[in-house]
Ligand binder design. Structure first.
Ligand code: GAL
Length: 381
């Protein structure tokens, strides 16, 4: 299990401190009541050492009882996790970290079940139904189609199972419903607009602001992830918006869907380079897997990142960070799978203890360039 960057840990802690109020589990509540009673009883004799000792002992008992209640509960709890597709590089990092963090919290490995939706909503819907029938206590779901969230939410909440969505954010109307209908449903993830903006800012920070040939505009191609997904929509929009907001003129030479996939991106960028050659100054990829594919195509075309073309991704996969370090990728944006998986597991626990959650638990992206890539690589372990 990895440790989150300290900055992100602090922001995750702030979120978890804000999140959730309401009742906690019985043992903890009882012990807390004992503390209050001891403090009250001690109040008239507040100057005596005995009173202070009684209150301190009760506090300690409360803390111990709460801890015991928590871990005893979790060891018996079953958690079901649905991932949209196991072959996705980023979601593989996410699910491995989620598994080890859940175990570190006290869930038994045999009570953690993680399944592959194989990028098919019907398959995933069946898996969710099976989890409900088997009586899981909490579900963590990375939906295949974000647009299926309303149906998924209804299935799960009708079975009285709390639900934590991860990575693929349902739309605003669906999130609003969790609030108005007071559902035990939350979303843990980052705001994809931020990652797009950061990609654009990395280009703006270059000396020529991306205008390699000096013709007064930045000519780019865009390689998109799954277009059903807000991450793809927002990254596509906000990377370019950062440039235009800064007064930079842009020209889109090509915009293609690579479905988050390295091989698809490689062939798309190869085609684009064959058509537009050195007119392409910036290759924006919605994720690093596709940036790795783009790099293969760029190198095969005999071009060099940094002099002929700039290349941007998102996620901060190890290999992409190595490329940033050696100059083969201009930059990336850290999509913090460590902080997100921990926050998702913590949210699941807060449902199990009855503490509850806010309906949105956020996380920040981090820009990655040669300036800080070593820190990011160190935090990835
Ligand atoms: C994004 C990530 C992509 C892909 C996608 C799946 O957040 O950047 O690499 O994993 O999620 O929905």
């Amino acid at each position: 299990m990895k440790k989150a960057l300290s900055l992100l840990t602090v922001s995750a802690m702030a979120v978890s401190m804000l999140a959730g109020c309401g009742s906690s589990n019985t043992a903890a509540t009882t012990a807390a009541a004992t503390t209050a009673a001891a403090t009250e009883a001690a109040a008239p004799a507040e100057t005596t050492a005995a009173a202070t000792e009684a209150a301190a002992a009760a506090t300690e008992a409360a803390t111990e009882a709460a801890a015991e209640a928590g871990s005893a509960d979790l060891a018996d709890k079953k958690v079901g996790v649905c991932i949209y597709q196991f072959s996705d590089n980023f979601m593989t990092l996410f699910r491995n970290e989620l598994q080890s963090y859940l175990e570190s919290l006290g869930f038994k490995p045999e009570n953690i079940s993680i399944v592959d939706g194989a990028n098919d909503q019907a398959t995933q819907t069946n898996q969710i139904q099976n989890f409900i029938t088997s009586g899981v206590d909490v579900l963590i779901i990375n939906p295949v189609n974000s647009s299926s969230a309303a149906t998924i939410t209804d299935m799960v909440t009708e079975a009285n199972i709390p639900l934590v969505y991860i990575n693929r954010e349902p739309d605003a109307q669906e999130e609003e419903r969790w609030k108005t209908e007071n559902m035990n449903v939350t979303y843990v993830g980052c705001d994809a607009r931020q990652s797009g903006t950061m990609q654009g800012e990395i280009v703006l920070d270059l000396e020529n602001k991306g205008d390699i040939n000096g013709d007064g505009k930045v000519s780019y191609i865009m390689i998109e992830g799954d277009p059903e997904n807000v991450d793809a929509q927002y990254r596509t929009e906000f990377s370019v918006k950062a440039l235009t907001d800064a007064g930079v003129e842009v020209e889109c030479l090509d915009d293609q869907v690579g479905n988050w996939d390295q091989a698809q991106a490689q062939s798309l960028v190869a085609n684009s380079l064959a058509q537009h050659g050195k007119d392409i100054e910036v290759v924006f990829c919605n994720n690093d897997a596709m940036a790795l594919g783009a790099l293969q195509a760029i190198e095969a075309a005999g071009e060099t990142v940094g002099t002929d073309v700039y290349l941007l991704g998102v996620d901060a996969l190890q290999e992409a960070c190595d490329n940033v370090k050696s100059g083969k990728q201009t930059g990336t944006v850290f999509n913090d799978h460590i902080s997100q998986s921990h926050s998702a597991a913590d949210a699941a626990v807060r449902y199990l203890t009855g503490e509850g959650n806010e309906h949105y638990i956020g996380c920040d992206y981090v820009k990655v360039t040669t300036a800080n890539v070593d820190d990011i690589l160190a935090s990835l372990g």
